[in-house]
Design a protein around this ligand. Sequence first.
Ligand code: WT7
Length: 658
Amino acid sequence: MTQNEGAAQDELKEALPTGTHISPGIERIQEINREALAHPNEFWSKVAGDLYFSERVGPAFERIEDAPYGRWFSQWKTNLSYNCLDRWIGTDHQHRVAFHWEGEPGDQRSLTYLDLYREVNRFASILRDLGVKEGDRVTVYMPMIPEAVFAMMATVRLGAIHSVVFGGFTAQALADRINDSKSKVVVTADGGWRRGKIVELKKIVDQAVLQTPEVQKVLVVRRTGQPVDMDEDRDLWYHDAVKSAADYVAPVMVPGTHPSYILYTSGTTGKPKGACHSTAGYMVWLYYSTHAVFDITPRDLYWCTADIGWVTGHSYIIYGPTLRGATSFMYEGAADFPAWDRWWDMIQRHRVSILYTSPTAIRGFIKQGEKWPEKHDLSSLRIIGSVGEPINPEAWQWYYRHIGANRCTIVDTWWQTETGGILIAPQPGVAKYPLKPGSATFPLAGVKAVVVDDHGNPCPKGEKGFMTIQHPWPGQFMTLWGDHARYKQVYFSRFPGIYYAADFSMQDQDGYFWLLGRADEVMKVAGHRISTTEIEDALIMHPAVAESAVIGRKDEIKMEVPVACVILKPGFAPTPQLREELLVHVRNTMGPIAVPAQIYFVEKVPKTRSAKIMRRLIRDVVEERPLGDVTTLEDETSIEEAKRAYNELKADIDRART
Ligand code: WT7
């Protein structure tokens, strides 16, 4: 039993009713899980039965010969935007609100399903006039405004593929993603509001497109209103184009395995990976999981606080909730604007009943104190969720007490950009059972989650190992854009034939799953996924840097922050000015979330004999711990070598600290 688990179980007795461990709810969840695994065709065809397909030919699930991933609904035909929108038109549902939206300055908009349907059609008409066709890529670089929803849904309506790039990324990161996806159209806004300031998105696009020869058109939504440069041949205003837009654009029915979108995420090399999702499998997974986990009813107002630039925004702001006909709340800006009670104020005013956020946000609120939520009536809440990183039991307890009033169900949801939707989480829409603070509990239907050891053998209960998923599931991503070999290598070769999630995990004696953080060289910084190698590559590009090693150091709020060890080239002095310059350099190449919390100038970076950076050892030094377990260091690097490396680095860093 881990320390966390021990604490969690003690707390549990106090916070939650305990019963027998094998509660009927757990039995029910496990029964459904097994049912979907035993009969994937029948199970998922039945779920898909609620959705519209213009053709239903062939099996829901096919195994690919010699491949560990499946193909879902490959001969069925459908359209994602049709299922999110058209399906509601002409029914009792059409006048129900799809989104209540609030801008950071306080402006508000509400769109019914009929409103959203109209706007998405018009947006699709504009994109079609710009030459966007089935299979084309459209990059979306937008603030959190309703037009971002229009742009994404309009793209999939045309059978085209969107690539949303988070609005916090730099021009360089944006240009790389535009080029990799070969987008010919970019959708952006003049700017967005963040802490009372304008984030000048159009300006960043202007810089990016200098390096993207394939971009033909940039469509610009007016949001903030400050003057922007418009290139007469390339740029057009949305508010002008929409005047002559058609009110209806027929949705393009595409095969189930047609890509719906690409979303770039960090891996263990410097080059981001374009996770590519299907249409039908993805859709069915969201339709199912949104209900199982969030249990949204017509009385609910659901709010997911993620940004549309991340997969959580794609799956649980845009597609999942509209597939269920839910009413969502959406917010543009920062949590602390104008003050730290902005969220709680909005929850009270709009009567939000389901809140989905991240451990980082929760820890940020803990630091500001209970006085902020206490000022507001949060009694409308009934389900509160968490995603993006492990939630520590202390944060779980605070969330439960101070936001959930010891009453709400906490859904700790484990999944990844690659998985398309939630794989392991409490499922109040299916069955209720006792929760354990810090555990994501049990897998959803058809998710064969197995914790394995180094050799791929299942770990005994209570033992930490690697999370694997040993059967395909509908929401599984289909490939890495333009690099299927990397897809197979990264995800299906560590343990041949099964999906390697690169997370540590443990199943406790009661069968509950605990997700224990990344097992690869990817950091989780405030819930954002950042590759250590990517920051190293950025640092190396600076003329003063000979070599660098980046690790994630524990952080009270963000969980991890990057810390860099840098070896300078001869002739460069380790001055505070140079340190500052390197920080600015990383900010300009990768964006603010990648900026190291600390840079140490060192003489040497500890490496194994096969030249792999010894990140665990560096972490021990940086976090001021004695040298930890070195027995599992790759290759034959000896304990003596590791000790020497530890002492050398420690001397360097001690010197740098003083
Ligand atoms: C990684 C995936 C899932 C959408 C947002 C993040 C970590 C995510 C949990 C959780 C423990 C979690 C994992 C995973 N993670 N949710 N509930 N408990 N860890 O997507 O950026 O692709 O990151 O986030 O380490 O591998 P992502």
